[in-house]
Ligand binder design. Structure first.
Ligand SMILES: [Fe+2]
Ligand SMILES: [Fe+2]
Length: 212
């Protein structure tokens, strides 16, 4: 299976470049999506090793998971479903054995759809966790800052946005023990960060100089 890694990586990178549209925002570029893919791959390796997943299946699924994200057809078909179809077509050309191929396809198809956990393989659950973790933590905080700057928010607006996104993060589901543990650490970092912002902004609430 190791021999499939580079051909798959090259395929995904090229697919993203050819489907990139004009001016779709920083998260909609081939560069952003490819870098996200590499981060998810790295996180999937960390979780997968701890959870004793099939690493070759997992790595190929991680590389392919967002292949369809920029494809214009993803306006009508969910990118995870479309991606699983694109992946199957490509993997068949590479002659990957049937059983690992089905595991890869399942992981791509369900990486961002909420389904019954009992039906899904370990590699799918690891990929789901790795993908979601990319929204949580220091990069999640920076991404609030990037958004806030783009729409012209001040510190208070950024704090409000940060708190709003924090409550979304608190509701995310993680599936593996390792994924849950990394999530808790990153959530704590995010909570502490916005708490510190609130503390620093509290100085704006004048109590004794109300004539200012
Ligand atoms: Fe995705
Ligand atoms: Fe993703």
């Amino acid at each position: 299976m190791q021999q499939y890694f580079l051909p798959v990586a090259n395929f995904v990178r090229e697919y993203m470049q050819t489907t990139e549209g004009p001016e779709m925002g920083h998260r909609r570029t081939a560069s952003f999506r490819w870098r996200h893919t590499l981060r998810v791959l790295s996180m999937a390796r960390e979780i997968g090793l701890a959870e004793e997943a099939d690493m070759e299946v997992l790595e190929i699924a991680a590389l392919l998971h967002d292949v369809a994200k920029l494809d214009p057809r993803s306006d009508e078909i969910h990118h995870a479903v479309l991606g699983s179809q694109i992946a199957e077509e490509f993997l068949r050309k590479l002659n990957i054995p049937e059983q690992p191929m089905q595991m890869i396809i399942e992981a791509i198809r369900f990486h961002s759809l909420d389904t019954n956990q009992d039906d899904l393989g370990l590699e799918t659950l690891v990929l789901k966790d790795a993908d979601r973790l990319d929204e949580v933590g220091a990069l999640g905080i920076i991404s609030v800052g990037i958004y806030a700057g783009r729409v012209g928010m001040d510190y208070r607006g950024s704090l409000r946005q940060g708190i709003k996104e924090l409550s979304n993060l608190e509701n995310l589901t993680f599936y593996t023990k390792t994924g849950k543990s990394i999530f808790r650490q990153r959530l704590k970092l995010t909570q502490d960060f916005w708490q510190q912002v609130a503390t620093e902004l509290a100085g704006e609430n004048l109590t004794s100089y109300t004539d200012l």
